[in-house]
Write a protein that binds this ligand. Structure first.
Ligand code: GLP
Length: 241
């Protein structure tokens, strides 16, 4: 795992955006694994800005999002589907048929998880996966305790994650109890991974990711078993390392 230290969230976002743009511009076809949450927003802003200036095209880019809340329609402002259109897809030329996000309102969620995994297998894992990290060390929605060999699955969110994510909702009770997420094994199929972390609230998780024994107590530790991972952290997020 390569550690890149930067000064602030803006440098972190610029680093990730530069790598994405480099891959998009040099590939005839590219699969991108994308993340939601506050962390990647700055990266998406850089991509939109670059698109406006240089017309970098996303017509041959296929995206695969990490996760989605169960029970939220794609039109719900807190769904990750809505998030992705609102923060990126509405502003670039990616065809909507190239966009893949787990369907959190599928009538058969187990089948949805199997189909989503099959899509990722079809492309033999995404070319470049962008990741954030939860304060408890989760990646995607793989909470502590999740088996490391899990593929895309439905899970119950931990109380702590619901509490942390409640800031995006009107109140805690509105935060869904369940989510559908790529599993740890799914994420490890990616050919290249960039994990971003900024701010003091991530310092403990970053410390644990690098120092704790690889295992499900801190799911992000498994990235140490992958041969092509770059962790980009700002000064606050790396302060405990
Ligand atoms: C959420 C998402 C993760 C994200 C993490 C951190 O629960 N499922 O994909 O990386 O928590 O979110 P944020 O970037 O808002 O801190």
């Amino acid at each position: 795992m390569k550690l890149v230290k930067v000064r602030n969230p803006e440098e972190m976002s610029a680093f990730a955006a530069r790598r994405i743009i480099e891959k998009v511009s040099s590939s005839s076809m590219l699969s991108l694994g994308l993340a939601t949450g506050g962390t990647p927003v700055g990266t998406y802003e850089f991509l939109i800005d670059d698109y406006k200036k240089k017309q970098t095209t996303y017509r041959n880019v296929f995206t695969y999002n990490l996760d989605e809340y169960v029970g939220l329609e794609s039109s719900h402002p807190n769904s990750y589907h809505y998030f992705m259109y609102n923060h990126l897809f509405n502003y670039i030329d990616i065809p909507s048929e190239n966009v893949n996000i787990p369907n959190g309102v599928a009538s058969n969620l187990k089948q949805e998880a199997i189909s989503y995994e099959a899509k990722i297998d079809k492309i033999r894992g995404v070319d470049l996966q962008l990741l954030g990290i939860g304060e408890n060390g989760h990646i995607g929605f793989n909470e502590p305790g999740t088996a490391l060999n899990m593929l895309t699955h439905v899970l119950a969110l931990s109380e702590s994650t619901r509490q942390v994510n409640a800031r995006y909702f009107n109140n805690y009770d509105e935060v869904p109890n369940h989510a559908i997420t790529m599993g740890i094994s799914t994420i490890l199929k990616s050919k290249e991974i960039i994990l971003l972390a900024s701010g003091e609230s991530k310092a403990e998780a970053v410390y644990r990711m690098f120092t704790e024994k690889v295992g499900s107590n801190c799911p992000a530790t498994v990235l140490r078993n992958h041969s092509n991972v770059v962790v980009v952290v700002d000064e606050k997020a790396v302060s405990k390392l």
